[in-house]
Write a protein that binds this ligand. Structure first.
Ligand code: ZN
Length: 502
């Protein structure tokens, strides 16, 4: 390794350490911090974000990147050095576009907003959140202007989470599968009483839920010697290193899904982070490449594996034994149908596989309109409810069940939502490729063996960290670009079976 690239690695390592410290404080804010900590924490986060940003945009770093670029000339595109330099250059250019005062201010506003939003949601009181949300969208517009775009301000924002993705491309991908979803949902609506999820709403002891969930995700491959799980209102995964990955969950005594499938979901994110190559740890390459690819991993373990017939042929007897008496009068077939019930309902995080992407499409359209001013923040509750009704045929009775349900806007994460839907699409493309390479995968899953799938994912996706952008990675793995067709085909086959459609 040359002298300059070594110096660059050291500097970038320090930046990554500051990022890690910010993540620790963010994790603590969601998991441990008492309410009284909200204001000091916002200030602490803001100070640290300012220091990190100053370091990330220093002239020194810019010079070092230039010098290291000359040193690594000729290094192969796939090499660690060339990849590190690509990422460093891209991050530097992005960071340079944002003034440090803006970054500090945005961090503070969105940190304080967490508390305001949580209260507004609990009290079904949009008005109390409205001024904060107005401020956040105003700052998001500034952010888009700073970052720059050609066609739509939203391009700049979504690009932060899914590099290379544009508003037009998201719209094209969404429009290409929206009618199929609506058609299948309508067909199921005709026969919706064929399937019920009542058995998931029995009394499930919380300690037993925790024990069962941990047994499952350990078996899937989440490494508890390099990670831990805690409780938070809004489950998430964060990583301070491939060797320290945090996931969270939540429990309801009378509803099995949030903990069980939430744990598999977050473990999917966690295993991605744990699978990044050791050599990339503590560098800008040392985490998942994009939110869409990240979500492809969580949704694959949660849904493609975790909601499959094969998986439950292995797991159901264990579940039944874990909750003595609770499931005595039912069977694996009824349980499989119950966990795949399609329901038009208000809450995105509880949505089934079929309706999920529609929830995202609603948010995507609204974010675009809020950004351009076509919809005003003050009109949001009304517009949300109107459009929700158009999409789903039901109207949210409260804002808590409507516009206030998600944490993202209060956190300033505008442009984030589409990555969930893109992740669903990618999950099926990657899974199909894994099965083509290992035709015995489905039968392995049915016997509780998950290491072939995990090691395929590690080899083809996880180990690369941020070496490749999402489109580059998808092309390498599948030979094609992101495509909704395999996901739609999967949904059609699965739900035709679950609902016994013609
Ligand atoms: Zn996720």
């Amino acid at each position: 390794m040359g002298e300059k690239i070594e110096q660059l690695s050291t500097q970038l390592g320090q930046l990554s350490d500051l990022g890690g410290a910010l993540s620790v404080m963010g994790w603590d804010q969601e998991v441990m911090m008492p309410d009284g900590g909200a204001q000091p924490r916002a200030r602490q986060l803001s100070t640290l974000a300012r220091i990190r940003h100053e370091m990330a945009t220093s002239e020194d770093l810019g010079d070092l990147i230039e010098a290291a670029a000359q040193e690594t000339e000729g290094a192969g595109y796939d090499s660690d050095e060339a990849s590190l330099l690509r990422a460093a250059k891209y991050d530097y250019e992005q960071d340079m576009k944002l003034p440090v005062d803006f970054v500090a201010k945005f961090t503070q506003v969105t940190s304080e907003a967490q508390h305001i939003w949580a209260k507004a949601r609990a009290n079904n009181d949009f008005k109390s959140f409205e001024p904060t949300l107005e401020k956040i969208f105003e700052m998001a517009r500034q952010q888009a202007d700073f970052l720059g775009y050609t066609d739509h301000p939203y391009d700049a924002l979504i690009g932060q989470y899914e590099r290379g993705m544009t508003t037009a491309e998201v719209a094209r991908i969404f429009n290409a599968h929206k009618p199929d979803l609506i058609e299948l949902i309508a067909a199921i609506g005709e026969v919706e009483d064929r399937v019920s999820d009542d058995i998931l709403h029995r009394e499930y002891d919380i300690d037993k839920q925790r024990a069962f969930g941990i047994e499952v995700i350990e078996k899937l491959g989440f490494d508890f010697t390099r990670g831990r799980q805690d409780i938070s209102t809004h489950p998430f995964c964060t990583s301070f290193s491939r060797n320290d990955v945090r996931i969270t969950t939540r429990f309801y005594k009378d509803y099995l899904n949030p903990s069980l499938f939430g744990m598999m979901h977050e473990a999917g994110h966690g295993m991605y982070e744990q699978g990044v190559a050791e050599a990339l740890d503590g560098t800008p390459l040392g985490s998942g490449t994009s939110l869409g690819v990240h979500e492809s991993q969580s949704r694959m373990w949660e849904n493609v594996v975790g909601r499959s017939k094969g998986f439950w042929s292995w797991a159901y007897p264990k579940l039944q034994a874990n909750f003595p008496g609770v499931l005595d009068d039912t069977n694996v077939d009824a349980f499989y149908k119950a966990i795949n019930t399609v329901k038009r309902q208000f809450i995105r995080v509880e949505a089934d596989e079929l309706t999920y992407n529609l929830h995202i499409m609603l948010r995507f359209e609204l974010e675009c309109d809020l950004l351009t001013g076509a919809v005003k923040v003050s009109e949001l509750p009304q517009v949300w409810n109107d459009r929700f009704e158009q999409f789903f045929g039901i109207r949210p009775p409260t804002d808590t069940l409507g516009v206030l349900q998600d944490v993202h806007w209060s956190a300033g994460l505008i442009g984030y939502f589409p990555t969930y839907a893109l992740g669903n699409l990618l999950s099926m493309q990657y899974y199909n490729t894994a099965v083509a390479a290992n035709p015995s995968l489905p039968s392995e899953i049915a016997s509780g063996k998950f290491d072939t799938l995990l090691s395929w994912l590690q080899t083809n996706i996880h180990q690369h960290g941020r070496k490749y952008t999402s489109p580059e990675l998808t092309k390498r793995v599948t030979g094609t670009q992101i495509d909704p067709a395999p996901y739609v085909a999967y949904l059609q086959e699965k739900f035709t079976d679950v609902y016994g459609l013609g």
